[in-house]
Design a protein around this ligand. Sequence first.
Ligand code: NAD
Length: 353
Amino acid sequence: MRTFVHESSPGRVVFGADVVDRVGDEVRRLGGNRPLVVSGPSRRSVDRVRRGLDPLAVGEFAGAAMHAPVEVTEQALTELRRHRADCVVSIGGGSATGLSKALAARTDLPQVVIPTTYSGSEVTSVLGETSQGRKTTRSSPMLLPETVLYDVNLTLGLPVAASVTSAVNAMAHAVEALYSPQANGLVDAVALAAIRMIGPGLSGIRVDPRDTECRAALLEAAWLAGMTLASAGMGLHHKLCHVLGGSFGLAHAPTHTVVLPHVLAYNSPAIGRTTARIADALGVGDAAVGLAHTIRDLGGPVSLRALGLREADLPEVARRAVAAPYANPRPVEQAPLEALLRIAWEGGDPRTP
Ligand code: NAD
């Protein structure tokens, strides 16, 4: 028998084509008049957001960076106070969303988030921040964005390579939710639906990156997967990715893409039935090997070496994951974890260490 505590995210979700143009209405709905728009340095789609916010008084900060460095948050906070902002609007991937949440954590201002990748961060009340080479995670209802605008047209230009890694990042949320201690019938159904949508969506955009139906399927899967992360939780996979990203500087989504099949192999002795359900949703025989081959066939990254990790760092990565593990179905131990990391570093097929 499973026992669990379930909480649903209360946020408002607006999904469709060109819904970004409704951003002004959504800000006003939250009582905002002076939004601060946060984005990454590319400022992709920021002018479109500004047009949607007209005639509100708009401030801007375009310095969002991966893993939410606290120094960047401090700079954005200065801009937020200078502008006397009463609302935060973020446009971009998980990095822009993370900055928005970091600002909400310090000000409790309402947030309208417009995601342009598949990170799922916009529907979780979790924030990973980095300071002095360490990533720490905090969770609070205050962090949860009030409104999310999913505009499929803003994702049409996400390069296929980045789409593959970002969608596997979403898949990782769903996979870990399935074996989380908080898993339940609702989480299972949503997670499996997300996993089922991702493979065909990615195959479709490989043929035509601007295929709106496939892009919509991926964006909806990202939302569903984010919801499972929000209500279930994270295991060994997310822990390893947090260590690799926060302490060793590896890029977030590509790291998820390399690590996920290997963690599935690591955990498989403890989660036999769940592995079979994942394999079924992916349409493969063996979940770990099938996922690894799917990623390779889609042109995704397959080795930690290629992402820039040094071989000498493998024992330290394992030590940090063992020192403060997240709940995981199989005990997290140094020797098998180092073995897992070595295979992932070399880019070999996943096998249970
Ligand atoms: P990102 O936001 O850094 O974006 C990656 C790159 O893609 C950037 O160069 C960005 O400019 C570009 N990009 C974004 N959207 C684009 C588009 N539509 N077209 C073209 N280029 C586009 O990366 P990410 O993987 O989305 O997010 C990673 C961050 O999110 C990390 O800091 C991670 O910790 C965080 N995250 C948090 C959670 C959570 O629940 N707290 C969940 C997932 C990820």
